[in-house]
Design a protein around this ligand. Structure first.
Ligand code: HEC
Length: 217
């Protein structure tokens, strides 16, 4: 009996000591709206932005870990600290991130990150419930996707693969060559966004429909 009590006590100790209280992701349904009215979704709005701007190869990716930071996951971003994150992305010289000669993030994206932090910097996961492809234009549907998932690595000051996706003309040109569609549908090392994950089926569908309609503005 004594042995049994010791055994139970010991296993309970073991159980509690290994039981980490990970914050559970919060699942929300959303229509993937990137306007500032809705609550910010970490997986669809924040992570891709930070990954594209900060977790490029040679920076804060899992291999390079510049300054010991890996910024391609929720935990990595929280470990860095949201105060520091805001500090470095809002600087305009010195230790600004991404560093010169790259440009600062768009102010719209900086404000989105600030809004996410003000809402508690939660690991909020949004699963788009409907995929509205009835009126896909560059201005209403495509620009927000490119802005969130691609622009950090494809802008005037940081042309990954010599590809600039800064504006309508650039995105249209890259789409008409077939390269853009090829890379977002590719697997493994040719996949864009580089380092993945692949765009959602809804976003892939929207870009395909937009391309099929000859890229309406
Ligand atoms: C983390 C940085 C990063 C992100 C995010 C990213 N790219 Fe790229 N992209 C690159 C780099 C670097 C190259 C050059 C080729 C390589 O290194 O794989 C490239 C190459 C390309 C090319 C040229 C491929 C070729 O065959 O010449 C296209 C088109 C492209 N990217 C489109 C996109 C699109 C569309 C997105 C968003 C869905 C995106 N990229 C997101 C870094 C990125």
């Amino acid at each position: 009996m004594k042995q049994f009590i010791i055994f139970v006590t010991f296993s309970m100790l073991l159980f509690f000591s290994t039981c980490k209280h990970e914050p559970k992701p919060i699942i929300r349904s959303s229509n993937n709206d990137t306007s500032l009215k809705e609550l910010v979704c970490f997986n669809t709005q924040i992570l891709p932005l930070i990954t594209a701007s900060c977790a490029q190869v040679g920076c804060h990716d899992a291999i390079t870990q510049e300054e010991g930071l890996i910024l391609n996951s929720y935990d990595g971003i929280i470990n860095m600290g949201t105060e520091d994150l805001v500090k470095y992305i809002t600087l305009t010289s010195g230790k600004m991130m991404p560093p010169l000669p790259q440009s600062r993030m768009d102010i719209v994206n900086i404000n989105l990150i600030k809004k996410w932090i003000a809402e508690g910097a939660k690991n909020s996961i949004c699963n788009p419930t409907n995929c509205d492809t009835s009126n896909v234009l560059y201005s209403n549907e495509i620009a927000p996707i490119i802005n969130t998932y691609c622009k950090g690595c494809h802008n005037t000051n940081n042309k990954g693969g010599n590809v600039n996706l800064d504006n309508y003309a650039d995105v249209k040109a890259s789409t008409l060559t077939g390269k853009l569609l090829f890379t977002i549908n590719a697997s493994a090392y040719t996949l864009m966004p580089k380092g993945g994950p692949k765009l959602s089926n809804c976003n892939l569908r929207k870009i395909q429909i937009w391309a099929d309609k000859n890229c309406p503005q």
